[in-house]
Design a protein around this ligand. Structure first.
Ligand code: SF4
Length: 88
């Protein structure tokens, strides 16, 4: 999968939701590159902004899109930790 394809998938994911993709296309592309680089290295589409600890449990928390609405960043800034998704 390439960055553009992943961004399209995210575009479908945000439809009919109360959040959207960040309007900064360069930022979104950067996050997509990070996610795909992690997939190459670790075999999972992991968040590029948060640290792994090597455990399967942590990796499952870091699969993008994660459960970002429980994050402090969502409550405080209206964005997921990486700023990929933000409140409409
Ligand atoms: S914080 Fe954002 S970029 Fe990171 S995994 Fe969650 S949704 Fe994806």
């Amino acid at each position: 999968m390439r960055e553009g394809e992943l961004i399209k998938v995210w575009g479908v994911f945000v439809k009919k939701s109360d959040f959207k993709l960040n309007l900064d296309a360069e930022h979104v592309t950067g996050v997509a590159e990070g996610v795909l680089a992690n997939e190459k290295t670790y075999g999972l589409k992991l968040c590029p902004c948060r640290l792994r600890d090597g455990s399967r449990e942590r990796d499952l928390e870091l699969i993008c899109p994660c459960n970002f609405k429980i994050q402090d960043a969502w409550r405080e800034k209206g964005q997921c930790w990486c700023g990929l998704f933000e409140k409409k």
